[in-house]
Design a protein around this ligand. Sequence first.
Ligand code: NI
Length: 268
Amino acid sequence: MISPHTQEYDLLYDTHAHLTDSAYAATLPRLLEDARLAGLVAINVIGFDAATSRQACRLADSHPGFLYATVGIQPNSAAAAAADDWDSIVKLATDPTVRGIGETGLDRYWDDTPWEVQQDYFERHIVLARRHDLPLVIHMRECGQEIVSQLTPHAAGGPIRGVMHSFTGDWSLCKQCLDLGLMISFAGMVTFKKSGDLREVAAKVPLESLLVETDSPYLSPEPLRGRRPNEPARVSHTAAVIAASRGMSPAEFGEATTANAKRLFGVD
Ligand code: NI
């Protein structure tokens, strides 16, 4: 299906998609074509463990100038990581396709990984990102203050380059993340009927710190909620909702958030 927003956007950037998911095994070429038709100029392919990080690099390598990789071990995958998986991430960090470190972060919702192990892996990602001057891609679920606490000492060395991905916190938490130097990215949840509070947060984020994403294959935005798997082209719906809440045209919004993403991820 061609996006209904084809005419509205010249520029859009899906900053977070798990295109290595098996859901796309047969549909990837069509999905990428639909993304271009919807106005997307780039998509970040996000690794969540050593295997998907390697796949993300391969995928980005075969679509230069359109797909970019980020590499990392997501907190819920950290417990299952083999001893040498972290070494793989460290090596991949210098791959020319890589534009970010993550996803990483902390998660209090799922109980897959002991808390100390999550904190240890988060710390490794923070240090690795700083070493290579790459942005962090941060996952947060029900642990906003713990994320801020762990990042704060690192902000002593200057603003933290990175993004809070699929942000769902309140304004107070958002403000703390902005103060650390982070950008804020919103996914499909901001379009849901009951997400009025989140839309208010999205409307208050300074324009130069705002990003959009799909977090594909998860959580399709309205009016496609429940239609699985989600796809990068659908970021147009999320962008339209936030643009409306800020009184901007979709085209202006797409242009501004794409410029932000290019700046953060070092994409020309
Ligand atoms: Ni993700």
